[in-house]
Design a binder for this molecule. Structure first.
Ligand SMILES: Cc1cc2nc3c(=O)[nH]c(=O)nc-3n(C[C@H](O)[C@H](O)[C@H](O)COP(=O)(O)OP(=O)(O)OC[C@H]3O[C@@H](n4cnc5c(N)ncnc54)[C@H](O)[C@@H]3O)c2cc1C
Length: 428
């Protein structure tokens, strides 16, 4: 069952926001526009109203996931032939931005879930595999997709370990030892969003046989059923922002998974990281949405249209008008580079496209928080009360530039180095 699309008002009678990326102006197809509208309507009419509670209590948005399932959005990137909406990278990114506009934590966790289908789906389709390996991969991914479509199964993506692996420097310390019929996993993942709430943890780990040295080439992407013996969730979760992500620590102690747990065949994750770099840009849509949310709020606030606020209009002051102009210019700059980057995501991008992807990630992650800060300064003290969404947008948006492997610092690092040096070039 899916929710209706193309409504003009929410159930409470509030007018629906315009799309962030107007389908005509951005040349989207009707099918893309419908999927993105579905996300926007659910975000505005349902998720926005729940976001404060998840944030205050630092609890996982379980109800939102039931709604995402009902709306068909858990399977947004599952092929149509297998019951999904068949959305490619760009469509997913635009839909995720619309969710992020109304609930950052839902959009960020939804990203971890959708990546399990996007990376094993359209990305993997672009990569090299022998025919028999591809056939086995297609059979296996259909098992994962069926769980998502039929049962509403939620997948997470624990990647970070607190060492150099998540930045791409060394092999993941979480290891999978090949055994009869599958693997035995041992290791630890930090900041594992959806910990305790996902049905499957899509663990990035290194396949290491007895006596072998760990290598990034042997990275595996394995879906571990959350209830498997040896899996535990530890530590508390009381962060500054993105509180509904519940990104606690996951421990794996001699956890057995079957061969069908593989979300990608051997060697394919490494190939993807080398040849499909935009796979790491998928954390940015959430923050693109938060940037829009900071701007939307400022307009409504200055026009006296924020529900529950006295109708004091401040828009006549020139300083407010200049601040709004600065915000609009910044937002358009971010949207422009980001839309271009998500549109040109593909296998084997040019150097220019890769540098643009880093620049887009940096612009969104830093820009969203800059816009939120400007929004608070411009709207004033009453706007940052916890009864309004702006202070949450400010805190959530602060987390964007910390997301590995493309933190704001690492994007600067890579742009500078890769612009100045061709592969293999040195100063010797
Ligand atoms: C709300 C939230 C949700 C998250 N959800 C997930 C999730 O679901 N799955 C997941 O895997 N991770 C998740 N993360 C983790 C995130 O991607 C980072 O791994 C984490 O924030 C890194 O924190 P750290 O202190 O270990 O960083 P460190 O590794 O200590 O790095 C600190 C900073 O140093 C810089 N740095 C790191 N390595 C290098 C290097 N080689 N060269 C130069 N500079 C470097 C970076 O700028 C980085 O920001 C989440 C984080 C947050 C805040």
């Amino acid at each position: 069952m899916t929710i209706q699309v193309q409504k003009t008002a929410t159930a409470s009678g509030e007018a629906l926001d315009a799309p962030m990326f107007d389908p005509a102006a951005y040349r989207l197809t009707d099918e893309q526009a419908d999927i993105i509208a579905r996300a926007r309507q659910l975000g505005q009419s349902v998720f926005a109203g729940r976001a404060a509670t998840y944030d205050r209590e630092a609890t996982f948005p379980t109800e939102n996931y039931k709604d995402l399932h009902r709306a068909g959005l858990l399977g947004i990137s599952v092929p149509k032939s297998l019951g999904g909406l068949g959305a490619g990278y760009q469509t997913y990114a635009l839909a995720a931005a619309e969710i992020g506009r109304y609930c950052g934590a839902t959009a960020l966790t939804w990203n971890m879930h959708v990546c399990s289908t996007l990376w094993s789906g359209p990305l993997a389709d672009d990569l090299d595999m022998d025919d028999d390996v591809r056939a086995a991969h297609e059979r296996r991914r259909a098992i994962h997709y069926k769980r998502i479509i039929d049962d509403g199964a939620i997948y997470s993506q624990p990647f970070s370990e607190g060492g150099a692996a998540a930045a791409g420097g060394v092999a993941f310390g979480t290891e999978a030892k090949p055994v009869e019929g599958g693997w035995l996993i041992n290791g630890k993942k930090i900041f594992a969003s959806l910990a305790g709430h996902a049905d499957y943890y899509g663990v990035l780990c290194t396949e290491v046989s007895e006596g072998e040295k760990a290598s990034r080439r042997n990275t595996l992407y394995l879906a571990v059923p959350a209830k498997t013996e040896g899996v535990s969730v530890v530590g508390d979760w009381d962060p500054l922002g993105m509180r509904g992500t519940v990104s606690r620590t996951l421990l794996f102690k001699d956890v057995f998974v079957e061969e069908d747990a593989a979300l990608m065949p051997r060697g394919v994750y490494f190939q993807a990281a080398m040849r499909w770099p935009h796979m790491f840009l998928t954390l940015s849509p959430t923050y693109m949405g938060l940037a829009q949310a900071a701007y939307d709020f400022t307009l409504k606030y200055l026009r006296g249209e924020v529900p529950g606020m006295p109708p004091v209009k401040r828009r006549m002051y020139p300083t407010k008008q200049i601040a709004v102009a600065q915000m609009q210019i910044k937002l358009e700059q971010i949207k422009g580079i980001w839309f271009q980057a998500v549109t040109e995501a593909r296998a084997n991008p040019t150097k220019e496209q890769v540098l643009r992807a880093y620049a887009a990630q940096y612009s969104v992650m830093e820009g969203a928080n800059e816009l939120a800060a400007l929004a608070i300064r411009t709207c004033g003290g009453q706007s940052m009360l916890k009864s309004l969404p702006l202070e949450r947008i400010y805190r959530d948006s602060r987390c964007g530039s910390l997301m590995l492997p493309w933190t704001a610092e690492l994007c600067l690092d890579r742009i500078g180095r890769e612009a100045l040096y061709e592969p293999g070039e040195t100063d010797d």
